[in-house]
Design a protein around this ligand. Sequence first.
Ligand SMILES: *[C@@H]1O[C@H](CO)[C@@H](O)[C@H](O)[C@H]1NC(C)=O
Ligand SMILES: *[C@@H]1O[C@H](CO)[C@@H](O)[C@H](O)[C@H]1NC(C)=O
Ligand SMILES: *[C@@H]1O[C@H](CO)[C@@H](O)[C@H](O)[C@H]1NC(C)=O
Ligand SMILES: *[C@@H]1O[C@H](CO)[C@@H](O)[C@H](O)[C@H]1NC(C)=O
Ligand SMILES: *[C@@H]1O[C@H](CO)[C@@H](O)[C@H](O)[C@H]1NC(C)=O
Ligand SMILES: *[C@@H]1O[C@H](CO)[C@@H](O)[C@H](O)[C@H]1NC(C)=O
Length: 421
Amino acid sequence: MEISLVLIVLVLCSTAATLVTCSSAGFHMELTHVDSKGGYTAAERVQRAMASSRQRLASFVDVTVPVHWNTSQYIAEYMIGTPPQRAEALIDTGSDLIWTQCSTCKQCVKQGQPLYNASKSETFHAVSCNDTLCLANQEHSCRRDGSCNFGALYGAGDASGTIDTEVFAFQNGSARLTFGCVESLMIYPGSLDEASGLIGLGRGPLSLVSQASASKFSYCHTPYLRSNATAGASSHLFVGASASLSGGSPVMSMSFVQGPKEYPFYYVPLVGISVGQTRLSIPPTVFALKEDGTSGGVIIDSGSPTTALAEKAYAPLREELRRQLNGSLVPPPADSEMDLCVAVAQEKKVPSMVLHFSGGADMVLPPENYWVPLDSSTSCMVMDTSNDMSIIGNFQLQNIHLLYDLAKDELSFQTADCSKL
Ligand SMILES: *[C@@H]1O[C@H](CO)[C@@H](O)[C@H](O)[C@H]1NC(C)=O
Ligand SMILES: *[C@@H]1O[C@H](CO)[C@@H](O)[C@H](O)[C@H]1NC(C)=O
Ligand SMILES: *[C@@H]1O[C@H](CO)[C@@H](O)[C@H](O)[C@H]1NC(C)=O
Ligand SMILES: *[C@@H]1O[C@H](CO)[C@@H](O)[C@H](O)[C@H]1NC(C)=O
Ligand SMILES: *[C@@H]1O[C@H](CO)[C@@H](O)[C@H](O)[C@H]1NC(C)=O
Ligand SMILES: *[C@@H]1O[C@H](CO)[C@@H](O)[C@H](O)[C@H]1NC(C)=O
């Protein structure tokens, strides 16, 4: 289990030419095409189109989706079609589209559930290639029969197929949603963790939150390892009214940082990092969106297994940990790409880390949120470097309940036992 985690964590994509770095197998979108093709106007059109169809979605105001930890990703369970077919998806705050591999697949990856077969469903509808729902995709074209062909690029690879609508049923709510029926998927092996697709939760019009007109959502990831709540432990994604933080540990909040409108990302105002009692010396500009407005910044991304920090933040972090763990550090296992390791018996010497956000919100990451036992003898830091945007990924957010309040444009969080939510 540890091995597969590490493989995924350490994948480095070679996408130097793109705007967004890709330092893990995260499913955040690449944005190469957005600027030049004016994707946002299409997005605006869709938002308007969807406002007029809200009535159709009116019953879909509050949805609970069970999410379980598998071997490297958190997987949400839902049903698609009539009669319903089982499907499983990664939940991804770094992209928008909902998609699942279809039985018409020419090139797909192995998944745990049978492929969704549109011919077996009475509620499948193709979307015309002139429809705003088709135009909202960055890459779209007409098939000979007038249906909508789409393509989407992710850090881990790319997906293409048709845009259609179907009835989706979650634990306690259902609605007709626009989705991608994927016929070709070329991704880094293992990055889907045998789920059948993705549920995008980004800011764009085709995400689950946008299609549901939800003003908030929350999720809380159960621990990867070292508790009874490992493989199979489940928690929930809450979309709509049931998304809320509750009593118990203190709640901290921050305003999201305004990013480029056409990007799906949730930018957060990270301003500093402490290790133990020591505040690292990192110029705040390291975490800021660059002047071009489209690179740099820090996003929170549930499609990225782990966190990747801009080099100018990672280097001081590494230095300070080396200083504090002096005497306890051991060389990383030969075939691993880990950077800092200690003997498992020395793990208790690893200090907590604090992510400081503007406005005073401090997120404390206990050692188990950034170190992992690779084998029975060695425990290593699970953090990565990024050459542009910094990404806060899932490993660092274990047992932290995150509430995305889109109406207030705020992110709130509190520590929690996620398996109890
Ligand atoms: C999809 O369902 C149809 C209708 O039941 C069936 O004929 C077809 O073989 C199925 N396709 C696959 C790939 O299983
Ligand atoms: C979870 O992992 C196991 C292998 O450990 C695999 O067989 C299964 O299909 C995976 N996927 C899901 C979605 O649970
Ligand atoms: C889409 O619009 C174009 C231009 O208006 C038209 O020629 C074409 O027939 C339309 N296609 C479909 C499938 O409606
Ligand atoms: C795991 O479960 C056992 C028995 O149910 C319990 O005694 C133990 O405290 C649990 N450990 C953790 C880390 O929750
Ligand atoms: C769905 O579940 C949540 C939490 O369990 C509950 O608050 C909500 O009312 C339910 N919604 C529907 C439509 O049943
Ligand atoms: C680590 O500790 C040794 C011995 O205590 C000392 O000589 C060395 O300078 C220390 N290194 C750092 C980087 O603090």
